[in-house]
Write a protein that binds this ligand. Structure first.
Ligand code: PPE
Length: 306
């Protein structure tokens, strides 16, 4: 993927042109990872662009910020309106929205408490996160890196600093020729991908790791669980062992960027028959209809930009 671009970026209350959306190298977040962020998708519908589960993403952004005692100098409503404004200003029909709350320029040193909190909202056009894997299925590895335990880092918060762990796992996957890495938690159970939650299907029952398996509690994870249950499937949060993953009939990732991406191979072992599974396909299709406003039952998950 090349460098994305847009016309406008929202910074601390105003739209700034792409060229002028800059920060200083003394920015605290650049040194210490002291930023929290969101990834939100905006989809094309018959009624124009619509942002998927905006409220839930902004709620999580404020939750993440609170853990690090960051006081966001805007209300949730103002941030939501700003997200809409960024999509509109850039005239995107479909895009990915990235709100970022970060410690800016102030004191240096680890203590973040006196450093000003800044907010930027970017948007760009972003296709399938794992490329052709969305169609043909991802070939993944189990990373040698482990997800931090719940008493090491608050993995339920979406914090920039946490992504150094994801980067190490992703580097390992890329260097081994795989599409993505799956990390185990501190107890050795399946946690999640470097930027996605994971599900398996066994005997038509759908399983996903519980929140205490050091996962980011994904909004796509929640959406897919609800859609699957509405379709009549049993969905259970349960610890999943590495062997249970190898032995699954189907497996797939969920995430804002990754959407629903089938997993067809783990550590060189084929999952099921090595093709995207039928339940995965069904959920992928159902999710697609929901985000594009084709299923009226879930229309409340969409915020129309117009
Ligand atoms: N786990 C991790 C570690 C993660 O980064 C994401 C999203 C998820 C699970 C799924 O969460 P949700 O988007 O709420 O369903 N990863 C974001 C960032 C990806 C990136 O490379 O940047 C995303 O998908 O937007």
């Amino acid at each position: 993927m090349g460098a994305p671009r847009s016309k406008w970026i929202w910074m601390d209350g105003e739209l700034v042109s792409w060229e002028n959306a800059k920060v200083h190298v003394m920015t605290h977040a650049l040194h210490y990872g002291s930023a929290v962020f969101e990834g939100i998708r905006c989809y094309k519908t018959d009624e124009g662009a619509a942002i998927f589960r905006l409220k839930e993403h902004i709620d999580r952004l404020f939750f993440s910020a609170s853990i690090y005692r960051m006081k966001i100098p805007f209300t949730k409503e103002e941030i939501m309106r700003a997200c809409i404004e960024v999509v509109k200003a850039n005239e995107f029909e479909e895009c990915y929205i990235r709100p970022l709350v970060y410690r800016g320029y102030g004191e240096m040193g680890v203590n973040p408490l006196n450093v000003p909190v800044k907010v930027a909202i970017m948007a760009w056009e972003w296709g399938a996160y794992l490329g052709k894997a969305q169609e043909v299925g991802a070939r993944v590895i189990i990373s040698t890196w482990v997800r931090p335990a719940p008493n090491m880092l608050p993995m339920m918060a979406k914090v920039s600093g946490h992504y150094t762990n994801s980067q190490l796992a992703k580097i390992e996957a890329v260097e081994k020729g795989a599409d993505e890495a799956i990390l185990l938690d501190h107890r050795g159970y399946i946690s999640e991908g470097s930027g996605e939650n994971i599900f398996i299907v066994k005997d038509e029952v759908i399983y996903t790791p519980p929140t205490y398996a050091s996962i980011l509690v994904g909004i796509t994870r929640d959406s897919v669980m609800r859609i699957a249950r509405d379709l009549g499937y049993t969905v259970m949060e349960k610890d999943i062992t590495r062997t249970e993953l190898y032995n699954a009939d189907e497996a797939f990732f969920t995430g804002t960027a990754a959407e629903v991406t089938p997993i067809v191979e783990v550590d060189g072992i084929k999952i099921g028959d090595g093709m995207p599974g039928p339940i995965t396909r069904k959920l992928q299709k159902a999710f697609w209809e929901v985000v594009h406003g084709k299923n009226k039952k879930y229309i409340g998950w969409l915020t129309f930009v117009r």
